[in-house]
Design a protein around this ligand. Structure first.
Ligand code: BGC
Length: 346
């Protein structure tokens, strides 16, 4: 059983006051806080092996800071998470152009993506459902898209269920962008975390972070995380500033399975996070672009490598890469994905 509560915060945005809802989900072992702004998870508190609670996600103390939230802490990202090459794609012969907000590419839904929207909330059993309507032409995307994200907490598992319908064919790729540090948010790095990702392949990227199109086996590469790998030494070996890559959980043509995709363990506290998903990929991102300039919870500064994200999602730029899993949602279809985050101790 999970206890669900709601309070309303008044948040100043430019000259207007916004009513932002803060929902809390509490089970015997896990506490989660969610804002209607950006459908952001602002806090996840879990116990270590001695029963001590700590908040294991990065974020801000005040709701106002989530109006800008430049690194997408905890947010639901959409309409299309990750990058679209040159912010451009073609559907039915028509070229669609999006805002370019990351080098030459479009990232995470645009200038005002779903992470900046004020979602409508309703209580559901063990959780909260947040809904949002993205109008035709929103950030350049076609079709009126109705989307909902349902967070539920049962015992030690937080589930995130994504649904969407559209009235015109559109690309879609929804994920949650939580930054975890299992030692407790505010800890300087994640070098002592052990990571396992059950992926046989990953997507190499070009120098603008767009997949080259190759689906490369992890065999004999630094991307082989199929057995637990200590992050610190592995990050030192990587030629790039860290992991910021899609790991392939599913290959086109195979039946869709609910896949246990990742396990991260922090030996010091015993905290373990396990992730499973129906999505075909997971972007493993080691917060390479954090640089200590944001003022986080409790005054924490978040330097590079102070957290990791496991963004379950479709493969980046799939709308432009026909050999990748289908990125389009058509009017007669239902978009539905689920990701489970399970917290335990070892
Ligand atoms: C991307 C990073 C990006 C970050 C923004 C991640 O999903 O993979 O490249 O910088 O989001 O916070």
């Amino acid at each position: 059983m999970c206890e669900v509560n709601k309070e309303v915060l008044s948040v100043k945005s430019e000259s207007v006051q916004l009513s932002v809802e803060r929902w809390t989900l509490r089970s015997h072992s896990v506490y989660v806080e969610i804002l209607s702004l950006g459908a952001v998870i602002t806090s996840i508190k879990t116990k270590d092996r001695n029963g001590h609670l700590a908040d294991i996600v990065l974020g801000f103390d005040d709701a106002e800071s989530y109006l800008t939230n430049p690194r997408y802490f905890g947010a639901v990202v959409g309409r299309v998470a990750n990058r679209i090459a040159k912010g451009q794609f073609v559907i039915g012969g028509k070229v669609y152009k999006l805002a370019i907000n990351n080098g030459p590419n479009a990232l995470h839904g645009g200038i005002r993506g779903f992470d900046k929207a004020l979602w409508t909330c309703e209580a559901v059993d063990n959780g909260v459902r947040l809904s949002h309507i993205s109008p035709d032409g929103d950030e350049g995307y076609p079709g009126n898209l109705k989307v909902s994200v349902t967070y539920t907490l049962e015992a030690n598992t937080l589930s995130v269920q994504y649904h969407a319908h559209t009235d015109q064919t559109t690309p879609i790729n929804l994920t949650n962008h939580s930054y975890f540090n299992l030692s407790g948010q505010g800890t300087l790095d994640i070098y002592d975390h052990e990571v396992t990702i059950s992926a046989e392949a990953y997507l190499p990227v070009d120098d603008t972070m767009i997949p080259t199109g190759e689906i490369r086996s992890v065999d004999n590469t630094l991307f082989d995380l199929r057995k637990p790998v200590l992050l610190g030494p592995r990050l030192k070996e990587l030629p790039s500033p860290g992991f910021d890559h899609n790991f392939c959980l599913w290959v086109p043509g195979a039946p869709k399975l609910h896949t246990k995709c990742a396990r991260v363990m922090h030996p010091g506290t015993g905290r373990v996070l396990e992730v499973s998903t129906t999505q075909p990929g997971v972007q493993f991102y080691t917060s390479n672009f954090l640089d200590g300039s944001l003022r986080g919870k409790g005054g924490a500064t978040y330097p590079k490598h102070s957290a990791f994200c496991l963004e379950t999602q479709n493969w980046p730029d799939a709308v432009n890469q026909p050999q990748f899993p289908d990125a389009l949602l058509r009017p007669e279809e239902e978009y539905m994905h689920t990701t489970h985050f399970t917290f335990s101790v070892a």
